[in-house]
Design a protein around this ligand. Structure first.
Ligand SMILES: *[C@@H]1O[C@H](CO)[C@@H](O)[C@H](O)[C@H]1NC(C)=O
Ligand SMILES: *[C@@H]1O[C@H](CO)[C@@H](O)[C@H](O)[C@H]1NC(C)=O
Ligand SMILES: *[C@@H]1O[C@H](CO)[C@@H](O)[C@H](O)[C@H]1NC(C)=O
Length: 557
């Protein structure tokens, strides 16, 4: 049964898709419901009319006329009239990187060169047109990432308003280069006009449940740039450990990290991550989640957490969420967020606010008194709201905007109008997107993109099928959806399995957030993603396979 199905898939992939969709039969008994859907696009990948482009640009015109690209002669240069020059670190670094991705493998080897000199492409010109090219700035949610790319008889030109678009164009150009059977490099004549559908396209990494070495984070940033993802949401601390080394409160990581010297992020580490990300057009948004998820904070900061009580009214010796009723808490938070606001240049900080367990607060007699004094009755959501209101005020006072998990929206009403609400609960997430945007807040979708959850088979398909605007609401509401995030929570993820779990599954999210809404063909996506995944492998990313097959270059992992 299994073999028969595989043959059908291999020989007639489209027919199989149709047949499988039309029938309710479970082709591979023994798998949980839903799995058969993930097994649909198996089989040998075909070729896509778009080559190996990923994510698919907004408009691609390509033809079968080819140019040979001789690595030894090829250069990437600042084009005539560009406002950027050799002093623009973002581009200088990118030129070197992309030359290496395209031809690094050939270094020191005799590379076949085919074609007449008239069919050769020997130069890529990069032209940044805006006077304010943003070479020295950090990317933001407003960054212009659009670009135009032309490869024709006159050469190759990338034109972009800002450096950010130039970076995206370089990635696209590198994806157009391929090798023929004797190893010569080719490119088809092509015209591409491109821009992202959503401005916020993120990946969340959790460095508390397992510490991730800085090198693994940098590698993730590389892979993000191959997928045109542009926000690193750094869930840096949580209950299990506090690896962020604070200058004002060094005890937090001295006592709260798994290991106070080896398993921490120093100021230098953090700055390295931020600069590495900037050079790839990626924002770094740190998350300091409170009042729940803060157990590790309590080890290095006495009296920060709420003491819990036993039923008989005596202290139990355990601690709950951050204590919201002491002035010391707010003094501490103010000093800490002052530092954080300085260390992380992005306009936004993520303040968490999810999954607050009220049982400890309920057990504590001083909290009961505070509740009574403030007229909160027994509604502990009002206490949580009171706490978050102070924190939001503190963070605003340092000129930052904030992102929060959906509970903060669900339980509280006084949010700044520019708050970004991240929808994460899978149940009824469409209704939640509708509610958040109806209230006028910007929304980020991550509920269907918890990539720490894995399933047998090709689960990238269901990740890919998600449509962020698929909820009931007006056009104005739809416009408040600013993007989404692929989240990789760390319970079962450390440096050993980070890359294969994230890639290429996060690539499915990347295309959904970059490409046009009309780009929905699973078959075409499969044909391109197989090649894109091999490209990531060739560039040193341990991206897992989609199905049976091989990559030309697998020796770089
Ligand atoms: C590029 O050109 C080749 C050779 O003419 C052709 O076979 C191939 O389909 C073209 N690729 C794309 C993506 O158009
Ligand atoms: C905490 O601060 C408030 C407001 O500034 C003040 O009224 C109150 O007395 C302070 N409480 C303590 C215990 O210092
Ligand atoms: C939108 O959601 C509905 C139900 O929630 C589903 O039936 C439909 O297939 C979805 N459409 C798209 C384009 O995702």
């Amino acid at each position: 049964m299994l073999l028969f199905d595989m043959d059908v898939v291999r020989l007639f992939p489209v027919l199989y898709l149709l047949l499988a969709a039309a029938s309710n039969a479970h082709p591979l008994s023994g798998y949980p419901p839903g799995v058969e859907e993930q097994l649909l696009a198996l089989g040998d990948p075909g070729s896509s009319p778009y080559g190996s482009l990923w994510p698919l640009p907004q408009a691609v015109h390509t033809c079968s006329a080819i140019l040979y690209v001789p690595p030894a002669e090829f250069t990437i240069v600042h084009g005539k009239g560009s406002t950027a020059g050799p002093w623009c670190l973002v581009l200088q670094d990118a030129f070197r990187r992309y030359y290496d991705y395209m031809f690094g493998r050939t270094r020191g080897k005799a590379v076949p060169v085919s074609g007449e000199s008239s069919d050769r492409l020997v130069q890529l010109q990069v032209i940044v047109t805006s006077e304010d090219n943003e070479c020295e700035e950090y990317p933001s949610v407003q960054s212009d990432e659009s670009y135009k790319l032309v490869v024709d008889d006159n050469g190759a030109i990338i034109q972009a308003n800002k450096v950010w678009g130039a970076l995206r164009g370089l990635e696209t150009f590198s994806q157009l280069i391929y090798e023929d059977s004797i190893g010569a490099h080719l490119i088809n004549k092509t015209v591409i006009t491109d821009f992202p559908r959503f401005p916020h396209r993120g990946v969340l990494l959790d460095t508390s449940r397992h510490y991730l070495p800085v090198k693994a984070i940098l590698k993730t940033l590389d892979a993000m740039s191959f997928n045109k993802l542009n926000v690193f949401h750094w869930h840096i601390v949580d209950d299990p450990s506090f690896p962020y080394q604070s200058e004002v409160f060094p005890e937090l990581s001295d006592k709260g990290a798994y290991q106070p010297y080896t398993h921490i992020y120093t100021f230098t580490d953090v700055r390295l991550v931020i600069e590495y990300a900037r050079l790839r057009g990626i924002r770094v948004i740190p998350e300091f989640d409170t009042p729940g998820h803060a157990t590790s904070w309590g080890k290095g900061e006495k009296d920060l957490l709420t003491p819990c009580y036993k039923a008989d009214g005596s202290p139990s010796g355990t601690f709950g969420p951050v204590n919201p009723i002491t002035n010391g808490t707010y003094k501490f938070m103010s000093d800490l967020f002052k530092e954080i606001s300085f260390v992380f240049p992005d306009k936004y900080v993520h303040l968490g606010g999810d999954e607050v367990d009220f049982s400890c607060w309920k057990s504590n007699p001083e909290i009961a008194k505070f509740m009574a004094d403030h007229g909160f009755g027994t509604d502990y959501r009002k206490l949580e709201s009171f706490y978050l209101q102070q924190i939001l005020g503190i963070v605003s006072s340092f000129g930052k905007g904030y992102m929060v998990w959906q509970e903060v929206f669900d339980n509280h009403d006084q949010l700044n109008p520019d708050t970004v609400v991240e929808v994460w609960k899978e149940k009824n997430y469409k209704e939640e997107m509708a509610a958040v945007t109806a209230a006028g807040f910007q929304a980020l979708l991550s509920a269907p993109w918890y990539l720490n959850r894995i399933a047998y088979g090709q689960d990238w398909i269901q990740i890919y099928r998600v449509e962020p605007s698929n909820f009931t609401g007006t056009a104005k509401q739809e416009s408040l959806v600013i993007g989404g995030e692929a989240c990789l929570w760390g319970e079962f993820v450390d440096v050993t399995n980070l890359s294969p779990r994230l890639w290429p599954r996060a690539s499915a999210v990347a295309e959904r957030l970059w490409s046009s809404k009309e780009v929905t063909s699973i078959e075409d996506a499969y044909n391109r993603l197989v090649q894109h995944r091999c490209r990531m492998v060739g560039r040193g990313i341990a991206a897992e396979p989609l199905y049976v097959g091989f990559c030309d270059h697998e020796d770089n992992i």
